[in-house]
Write a protein that binds this ligand. Sequence first.
Ligand code: DOR
Ligand code: ZN
Ligand code: ZN
Length: 352
Amino acid sequence: MVLRLPPAADIHVHLREPGETHKEDFATGTAAALAGGVVTVLAMPNTRPPLTEPAAFHKALQRARQAARCEVGLFLGGTAGNAETAAALAGQAAGLKLYLDATYGPLRLEGLLALLRHFEAWPGPRPIAVHAEGRTVAMVLGLAALFRKPVHFCHVSRREEILLIRRAKEQGWPVTCEVTPHHLFLNEADLPRLGPFGQMRPPLASRADQEALWAHLPIIDAVATDHAPHTIEEKQGPNPPPGVPGLETMLPLLLTAVAEGRLRLEEVVRLTATGPRRIFGLLEPPESAVEVEWGGPWTISREGLFTKCGWTPFEGMPVRARVRRVTLWGRVVFEDGRVLAPPGSGRVLFAA
Ligand code: DOR
Ligand code: ZN
Ligand code: ZN
């Protein structure tokens, strides 16, 4: 049986340009997106150099224009000194990204004063997206309430975080949040099996945390992959960097939950298409759709992946759905395991 769905938007990916194109680049990352039924990606600024100043930001936009195969928007990164600079670029960015806890790469906002400056300066309307874990979530919720500026919580992974965010939403505060497929479909019990391939920030959490995310899906605004490719060699090396790829496996995993009766199809559409688009004010591209084939079971495998990193933490998991064909702007861009959209056929969002 074949089913037509609205094309997905993944509001949290790392495409590694500029500076780490041995892991991924705009052409391979957007090929992986199309193979996963995703036609819109918002890319994170923790590149080398990070996207925190106009020169680097505009260069990355230019590269995206040349190489992307789908819609791409870029986040600006916040530093201790760039609140005014970032605010001036707000119109051309998907949003402002603030790293408040340790993660991959040096981009990190340490001081409370710097955080205050960003909340003062950022003009919106697109959100301030935060990598915040644990207590930092509570701190940022306080700022969202004080400034009444839209805040988006990336990769919520723990029970206490989602409980706090639920309270904030009940108060009508302008907050949204996403969860990742890896925090929905894996937990810390998978770590012995996965080793470094199961390491990411925030880390895999307990089964109780995982269950809390499933139970709160009705108040979660989006599923976003945090597609964070690193090479197999890097993952097996002495200092494995945190992060896992996810673009090609999000829809098959979520649709498998539908086949198993754990999730409704309308919820998958809300979490992967309408929900993420609403947060960032994205319009669905016209004449675009994802055709999904039900059946199988098929087994998730690194074979045939388009991400440059060439592995997946979901290797070996059985799925009951796969992406057969993707149409974007009236053209078939992916069909039966082949990406048909050439580099440069995509579109850069926000920046004309
Ligand atoms: O696991 C992660 N990897 N978490 C992040 O926040 C960053 C990402 C990366 O860039 O590799
Ligand atoms: Zn993060
Ligand atoms: Zn990330």
